[in-house]
Design a binder for this molecule. Structure first.
Ligand SMILES: Cc1cc2nc3c(=O)[nH]c(=O)nc-3n(C[C@H](O)[C@H](O)[C@H](O)COP(=O)(O)O)c2cc1C
Length: 172
């Protein structure tokens, strides 16, 4: 198992997959990592849909313009969030909490030697509508993203985003 810093720096968006299966045990570990994320006032407004059905993955891909890698992915996790269940019933809080769960999921995918990419549903009305229709998501629940998951084919490399000009010590 890689140490935390290795996982953080090795994580990258993976958009090409070998087609090999991802085990249910790994998907379970990934979801547990998502639920370990911090959440304002511990409200946990999130929920997670795990999709492994080939037909459903294809249906999702058809209506999501930048998620065509789902045609080759073995699984997808859709991080959902519900403003009514978030601190102060705030949509912003709901989205922040679910985003943190999403990043934990991406890190867990990397830690397991798998590949994944966050594809956007929120804030695009058409993409949220499509994901909701395919997956039967209730109206009050926001599908934040569709995270494609598979065994990486090996083309995708982490980007070095370190930029010291973005750091302000003590004051801007
Ligand atoms: C909010 C959000 C939306 C994104 N939407 C998409 C998407 O629809 N399709 C896609 O291929 N990648 C998407 N990405 C992945 C980004 O393109 C990727 O994170 C970025 O290029 C940096 O590359 P890295 O993840 O390899 O570090 C999204 C990432 C975020 C955080």
């Amino acid at each position: 198992m890689k140490d935390t810093f290795s996982v953080i720096h090795a994580r990258k968006s993976v958009r090409s997959f070998t087609g090999a299966p991802v085990s249910r045990a790994d998907l379970d570990k990934i979801i547990r990592a998502g639920m370990a994320a911090p959440t304002a006032v511990n409200m946990q407004p999130w929920s997670f849909i795990v999709v492994t059905d080939r037909k459903k993955l294809e249906e999702l891909a058809e209506g999501l313009p930048y998620a065509k890698m789902l045609f080759k992915a073995d699984a997808a996790i859709i991080v959902c969030t519900e403003p009514d269940k978030a601190h102060g019933k705030s949509k912003d809080m709901a989205v922040i909490d679910a985003s943190l769960a999403g990043e934990n999921i991406l890190l867990a995918i990397e830690a397991l030697g798998l590949g994944g990419v966050w594809t956007a549903a929120y804030p695009y009305e058409d993409r949220m509508k499509h994901a909701s229709a395919v997956l039967g998501i209730p109206q009050e629940v926001i599908p934040l993203n569709v995270i494609a998951i598979g065994v990486p084919a090996g083309q995708d490399k982490p980007k070095d985003k370190y930029n010291k000009e973005k750091i302000h010590w003590e004051q801007w």
